[in-house]
Ligand binder design. Structure first.
Ligand code: BGC
Length: 754
């Protein structure tokens, strides 16, 4: 009888909830977000403790499939008894990931449809929130539009384009029945050894923050007045909060020691900005900082995230991280103790993802009085709110037949544009590039024959190495070049090293396509940042060729090679341009596209001599006591074009007089070459004396400008002095009076703040 009554109440509450959820009728628009709060509260009042802890539980798809976790039987299919146990008995609120590889849209819609149907059999009929890593397009849906990875997107310095790509990605994720995307990565990649370097937007705080903001805006679209996300968009998930990229060893999930000043100055701002942009969820760093795993650190998860940044959304753990508090970090003696610690610190949902114990133990903790039910309610409210905001209570089942633009020509064209803009030309002696269609190209290296190398990790599979699900008709570099040039010869690295010289004639070019094969997370840890020995041999031999030579590196982080040999005429850093990378590179080699990418990181020359562009003055002290130690192979912001740009007349149109004022400058940018092209005008500011040692310079503004051959444009910048602030002695942001200099290219102006 009691159950029946509860059922009736739940249905009534849900009816009300549905009325209040995110439809776009005019009457709805005027409602405040309190309406959702009220519905969340009335639903919460009807939920049992089992239902609440179930909502805080996230399992991986493997847990409801035929087979064992990590060994799911092919073809992947849902096992009814597991589905019932997970959704009906344990009332799990969220599922994530694939069970080993991506699927076609139909399979996704079928899986998610079955999960939601089962959830509807529960008394409170709360839909399941499905989450996925769709980090460069919906990379776990076959045939989706795959665009460049984040490091390559950062190299475009094109925020409008990146926003459009995020929208495209949200659309194709919705087309796969999924509404929650574990993206973007807002970790600042200041150490190229880190195996997830390429998943970031690079080393600079401003560039990462600007890119992160537009990515969130693109994923989530314009929110309704109720804070809801429409049917073309998804919830973003900022990750990995915070300090994940800065381990001592450079290896994944190993200890980091990050002083508060450094954390605030470099690692927190990108998250803060994305929170201000409305990001709905955040994922926690799996690592430990200063001896404390972030998952149990209330100073970070509650004080900074909630109290300082005002984050109202939902916090999810990373993979298995509560259990790792016992098995890896050794800060808890039992799983149950670890759960208590993490919940106390501020976790809302546990990405469990491969055990059924979490909700059981969490309930026990509440029954025993170790965790209060009101603490549980706090997290469940956030989870339910997100489900309302995502329209899951309106319709949880996937929208079959909608999303006709999935993988459309327009989407692919946008991915191609991004790949084209992401390629960074770093050397082009004697203008050896572009080449004529009739030239003979001799291409060396496995990466020229691998679509996987262009895409990197998180592509069809976690590590991105499986070739069977690759998007049909996407050309490798070699295939794209064969399409665009009359004579292309291919040699493996071994064959080339064993044979004689390849190029004898002026109309020939030897192109080495080297770098890395796909990886992510721990499998991508390195013992040596240097390019593998065999590749160095290839580069050195290519440098001896009498004809023209080029090096193309397809890689996720700057692998070192010492000096680039003189005999290499051209160098293009391709990074991870995605499915369209082969075409984009061919476009740059033919000259139909003028390269415009600029480095979002410093390219070190040697494996042990890395410093970021915004290093401190002491980082320049050399062995001979000169100040020349900062000597990277290429600098942050570097990138050439087939045309030449010149800067003139840097004017300070308004020299700021106080720390609350705004700096206004302009500069003439001219395209002096014969071709149309795009440049990235970068504004750096140096603070000459400060109470905390200043960086030699910081990027404070930038603009990507397209100029026709012969065109000149005056470009204006406004920089509020607050943007020149740094984290001071007392850990607060401060701007101190004194001398500053602002520079664009070789032009510099100074100003004094009294
Ligand atoms: C990664 C996250 C990812 C999660 C879910 C973890 O191993 O660190 O970035 O979102 O798995 O796939």
């Amino acid at each position: 009888m009691k159950t029946k009554l509860r059922l009736l109440w739940c249905v009534l509450a849900l009816f009300g909830a549905t009325m209040a959820s995110c439809t776009h009728e005019a009457s709805e628009r005027s409602r405040t977000s309190d309406v959702i709060d009220q519905k969340v509260d009335s639903l919460l009042r009807l939920m049992t403790l089992e239902e609440k802890v179930g909502q805080m539980t996230q399992l991986t798809l493997d847990m409801i499939c035929v087979g064992e976790p990590y060994q799911v039987e092919e073809p992947h299919r849902i096992e009814e008894s597991k589905l019932v146990k997970v959704i009906e008995t344990l009332k799990v609120g969220s599922i994530l990931n694939n069970a080993g590889h991506g699927y076609d849209r139909e399979t996704w819609l079928n899986f998610i449809g079955r999960i939601q149907e089962t959830a509807m059999k529960n008394t409170c009929q709360i839909p399941v929130l499905y989450g996925i890593d769709a980090i460069h397009g919906v990379n776990y849906t076959n045939n989706a539009t795959l665009f460049p990875q984040q490091i390559s997107l950062a190299a475009t310095w094109d925020t409008a384009l990146v926003k459009s790509l995020a929208e495209l990605s949200a659309y194709e994720t919705r087309a796969s029945g999924i509404r929650w995307n574990f993206s973007p990565v807002l970790d600042i990649a200041r150490d190229p050894r880190w195996p997830r370097f390429w998943e970031s937007f690079g080393e600079d705080v401003k560039l990462v923050s600007d890119m992160g903001q537009v990515m969130v805006e693109g994923y989530q679209g314009e929110l309704s007045e109720l804070g809801c996300i429409d049917s073309l968009h998804v919830s973003a998930c900022l990750k990995h909060f915070v300090g994940y990229s800065q381990t001592l060893s450079g290896k994944d999930r190993t200890q980091a020691w990050i002083p508060e000043r450094q954390l605030r100055e470099y690692f927190l701002p990108s998250f803060h900005r994305a929170i201000d942009a409305g990001a709905k969820t955040i994922m926690v760093n799996s690592g430990e900082i200063n001896g404390i795993p972030v998952h149990v650190n209330p100073a970070i998860l509650t004080n900074i995230l909630r109290n300082e940044f005002g984050f109202k959304g939902m916090v999810v753990t990373d993979w298995e991280d509560i259990r790792y508090l016992v098995t890896r970090h050794h800060v808890a003696a039992s799983y149950k103790e670890a759960i208590k610690m993490a919940i106390d610190a501020g976790i809302d949902m546990s990405m469990v993802p491969v055990d059924l114990e979490f909700p059981v133990l969490l309930k026990e903790l509440v029954d025993e009085g170790a965790i209060t039910e009101s603490r549980i309610d706090q997290s469940v409210r956030r989870i339910l709110r997100l489900k309302f905001e995502l329209g899951l209570f309106d319709s949880a089942t996937p929208e079959v037949g909608m999303y006709p633009e999935f993988a459309s020509e327009q989407h692919r064209a946008l991915a191609l544009k991004a790949a084209q803009e992401s390629l960074v030309l770093l050397k082009n002696n004697n203008s050896v590039l572009p080449r004529k269609r009739t030239d003979h190209l001799i291409i060396i290296g496995e990466n020229a024959r691998s679509l996987n190398a262009l895409n990197g990790g998180w592509t069809h599979t976690w590590q991105g190495v499986d070739t069977t699900l690759n998007t049909p008709d996407m050309p490798t570099i070699l295939e794209a070049f064969k399409d665009r040039f009359d004579r292309v010869t291919y040699l493996t690295e071994e064959a080339y090293l064993q044979g004689g010289m390849a190029s004898q004639q002026a109309n020939e070019m030897v192109i080495a396509v080297l770098g890395e094969t796909p990886y992510t997370e721990t499998p991508g840890d390195l013992e040596d940042l240097t390019l593998p020995h065999g590749q160095l041999e290839v580069i050195n031999k290519v440098a001896q060729e009498t004809g023209a030579t080029a090096l193309v590196l397809v890689e996720g982080r700057p692998r070192t090679m010492g000096e680039l040999p003189e005999g290499i005429d051209a160098f293009i850093l391709a990074m991870l341009p995605g499915d369209q990378g082969g075409r984009a590179l061919a476009d740059v080699f033919t000259g139909s596209v003028n390269p415009s990418g600029h480095l979002p990181f410093t390219y070190p020359k040697h494996p042990s001599s890395h410093a970021t562009y915004d290093h401190k003055y002491t980082d320049r002290i050399d062995t001979d006591f000169s100040l020349n130690a900062f000597d990277p192979l290429y600098r942050f912001g570097d990138g050439l074009s087939y045309t030449t740009f010149e800067y003139n007349e840097l004017n300070m149109t308004h020299a700021p007089s106080s720390i609350t004022d705004t700096l206004r400058i302009d500069v003439l940018v001219s395209n002096n070459g014969d071709l149309d092209g795009a440049d990235v005008v970068q504004v750096y500011v140096s603070d000459s004396v400060a109470s905390i040692t200043p960086s030699v310079k910081r990027l404070r503004a930038w603009r990507r400008v397209e100029l026709a051959s012969g065109e000149t444009e005056r470009i204006n910048f406004e920089i509020p002095m607050s943007e020149l602030s740094f984290v001071g002695v007392d850990q607060n942001w401060v701007v101190e009076p004194g001398m500053f200099s602002v520079s664009i290219g070789d032009l510099t102006e100074s100003f004094l703040i009294k």
